[in-house]
Design a protein around this ligand. Structure first.
Ligand code: HMG
Ligand code: MG
Length: 298
């Protein structure tokens, strides 16, 4: 049942950098994204067009999105919370718009300052206008496997948000383990519910590795036929409005596991590690991925 190839969606420039304390210089972001484009990655989430008061690390979204080299075989995506954000994304001519919300009320409120029900009318015109502009649209649902404020989240809550977002026109849904609490058994249970409603081709998994369960969770999803996975190079990342959310699943660790299982990713390992070394030098701290630790030990 394992897929023969997987699309790794690199979210480091957005999910990774949004959670670093210091501001990475705009030129460094641009150079890093250009390096990522050369690795063979086919999808990069480059920034987010959110309120810079909330996420100062990505205050240079427009400049970054406009200045990177655009490779033909790479889809460049950006996070967009509302119509104001969409204006920026369209001005920068990104390929894909990613809207986002949570399955739990409290996280939705802390993250985007409104209730779940009040979020749909905000996202509706964003999705419609993005599609009308020829963009593809992806949706994220956060806190799928647990909420930092409410604890357990029901599969029904996830399905409600998923249903509504697909109805509004998103083409792919990324299921987020925002605070890295998911375990493989839970991933199987939740995914079976989601897969009973939506085709596997339309789904992606977005694991954070807070408790070291991300790769185990990936394996479960692979066995259920999922072939889209979000990850951040070196294990950068988190969510500033989810206390305790640590790094995303590391792209380099995911790449190692998949390629050694015979699952193709199209990504060149040496170039990937070069890009990791580059951003490690810029953030001024060691990247937490197992791969980077191993490389340092050589
Ligand atoms: P709000 O304060 O409710 O917005 O924020 P508002 O519409 O009332 O506007 C208030 C001010 O924000 C105004 O400025 C607007 O112009 C400005 P003022 O008049 O006060 O100077 N504003 C904007 N500025 C720039 N770009 C915009 C924009 N919109 C309004 N797009 C809002 C609502 C959603 C904007 C705010 O809550 C926000 O920016 N939140 C950011 C949340 C965020 O980025 N979180 C991290 C990403 S989500 C995540 O990491 C999870 C994920 O990885 C999946 C997973 O792991 O589960 C995706
Ligand atoms: Mg995330």
């Amino acid at each position: 049942n394992l897929p023969s190839s997987v699309t790794i969606k690199e979210v480091g420039p957005r999910d990774g950098l949004q959670n670093e304390n210091q501001f990475i210089q705009t030129e460094d972001k641009i150079q890093w994204i250009n390096m990522l484009s050369e690795t063979g990655l086919s999808y990069i989430e480059i920034t987010s067009f959110v309120n810079p008061k909330w996420i100062p690390q990505l205050a240079d979204a427009l400049q970054v999105a406009k200045s990177i080299n655009r490779y033909k075989n790479v889809t460049y995506a950006a996070l967009v919370p509302n119509e104001r954000g969409l204006e920026g994304a369209l001005e920068a001519n990104v390929d894909e718009v990613a809207v986002f919300m949570s399955a739990s009320e409290s996280h939705n409120l802390k993250n985007i300052n409104k209730s779940i029900n009040d979020t749909f009318p905000i996202l509706k015109p964003v999705i419609q206008e993005a599609l009308a502009a020829g963009k593809t649209v992806r949706g994220y649902v956060s806190t799928v496997f647990g909420c930092p404020y409410e604890g357990a989240v029901s599969a029904d809550a996830v399905l409600t948000v998923a249903d509504e977002l697909f109805t509004l026109g998103i083409q792919e849904l990324s299921l987020g383990d925002t605070i890295g609490v998911a375990n493989p058994k839970q991933v199987e249970e939740v995914l079976l519910e989601v897969l009973s409603r939506f085709p596997k081709e339309r789904l992606a998994m977005h694991f954070h590795n807070t408790r070291g369960t991300a790769l185990a969770n990936v394996l479960v999803a692979l066995n259920l036929g999922i072939s889209n996975f979000d990850s951040a190079l070196g294990g950068l990342g988190g969510c500033p409005y989810a206390p305790g959310a640590s790094g995303n699943l590391a792209t380099d660790d995911l790449h190692y596991m998949l390629e050694n299982m015979g699952i193709k990713t199209g990504i060149n390992r040496d170039q990937l590690l070069n890009a990791a070394l580059f951003i490690e030098g810029k953030i001024g701290k060691l990247l937490p991925s197992h791969t980077m630790q191993t490389e340092r030990g050589k």
